[in-house]
Design a binder for this molecule. Structure first.
Ligand code: TXA
Ligand code: MG
Length: 326
């Protein structure tokens, strides 16, 4: 009952051009009515996101594709049938009428049908598309709980729907179908191999002149504390050296065992990719708030199911050595 009342409130906020944070199976989204450019602009202001970065439009089901995209290739329908609702975003040629505010002025639109029951309910009740980037300040760690969202934005977001911890924990896989063939624009929980198996064809390399996906900027997903990636025992050596220099160091370990050292904030990550992805952003937030001078992350395995995790960690490491992007 309470959930339904909250959904009704969220729908009312969306209809009046306000912002609603909502859970998806990947991460929380910061949503606005995708058909209302003034409302979508509020997302950019609230996140501190450059206006040229397009946002994903979330839909209740694949039937709505035709309202948002034109010349939809058969490959898009194949992927939608196989993976929607779920953690997959498709970049397609936009239908006329899709606002520049949503697409960042590009001729493409990113579409996704999420599977989280709260997102599903919200979308079904709202009826239209909900434009939503991840519910975090631009360039920072994504939110995987309602509490993360509240701490990120305080009162700036009118309505936060609480759907518990996001199950997957990292953002959707993005496949670009707006050019010739299909190309991977952002790795996610659905692997490149699974996409290729569904298509029965290899993914193409991304065209240099293809649509920009700014979430693929080198620096992103970054905690405020400098973050370094290191291999196995080297991570421990690095941590020990910093501790000897009087620094407080946090370690997100994978297989390395905790050394006997004062001044180390130690966190053991899950050994499986699903568990690791699920906890990754909450772990980074926790370590970021531990008051340490540096976060050292032991490189996880390189196998394909770890690709999205390795991608996010590399960007978090880059981002932490770049001054705030915005
Ligand atoms: O799992 C997810 O995808 C989450 C949940 C909330 O759905 N959303 C998310 O949104 O990660 P965001 O804005 O943080 O990342 C969306 C990515 C960005 O890299 C953006 O540039 C790209 O999608 N994108 C959106 N629209 C695009 C378009 N028309 N063409 C190319 N890239 C686009
Ligand atoms: Mg994001």
């Amino acid at each position: 009952m309470a959930v339904d009342r909250n959904i009704e409130r969220a729908v009312a906020v969306l209809r009046t051009g306000g912002l609603v944070a909502f859970p998806t199976e990947t991460v929380y989204g910061l949503g606005a009515d995708a058909g209302n450019p003034a409302a979508v602009r509020k997302i950019f202001e609230t996140k501190g996101r450059p206006a040229t970065h397009p946002v994903i439009v979330h839909l209740a089901d694949a039937v709505q594709l035709a309202n948002w995209a034109r010349d939809v290739p058969e490959a898009a329908r194949t992927l939608a049938r196989r993976f929607w609702p779920g953690p997959l975003t498709l970049i397609l040629t936009r239908a006329s009428g899709v606002s520049d505010t949503v697409t960042g002025g590009q001729d493409t639109v990113a579409l996704r049908v999420p599977s989280h029951p709260v997102a599903q309910k919200l979308l079904a009740r709202f009826g239209g598309g909900i434009a939503a980037p991840s519910a975090n300040r631009h360039g920072r760690v994504s939110a995987t709980t309602a509490d993360h969202v509240r701490r990120e934005f305080g009162d700036a977001v009118e309505c936060v729907l609480d759907g518990g911890e996001a199950r997957i924990g990292i953002e959707s896989t993005i496949v670009d179908l707006s050019g010739k063939g299909a190309a991977l624009a952002r790795p996610g929980w659905i692997t490149a191999g699974e996409i290729e198996a569904a298509l029965g064809a290899p993914l193409a390399a991304r065209a240099a002149d293809g649509p920009r996906a700014p979430g693929t900027l080198a620096a992103h997903y970054a905690p405020r504390t400098p973050l370094m990636l290191a291999e196995g025992d080297l991570a421990i050596e690095l941590a020990a050296n910093l501790v000897r220099q009087g620094k407080r160091v946090a370690v997100l370990a994978c297989s390395a065992r905790q050394p006997l050292l004062q001044g180390l904030e130690w966190m053991a990550a899950a050994q499986d990719a699903a568990g690791y992805a699920h906890a990754l952003y909450a772990s980074l937030r926790h370590l970021d708030e531990s008051g340490c001078d540096a976060i050292i992350v032991e490189n996880p395995p390189r196998a394909e199911e770890w690709a999205a995790i390795n991608d996010r960690l590399a960007r978090a490491a880059t981002g932490s050595f770049v001054a705030d992007e915005t």
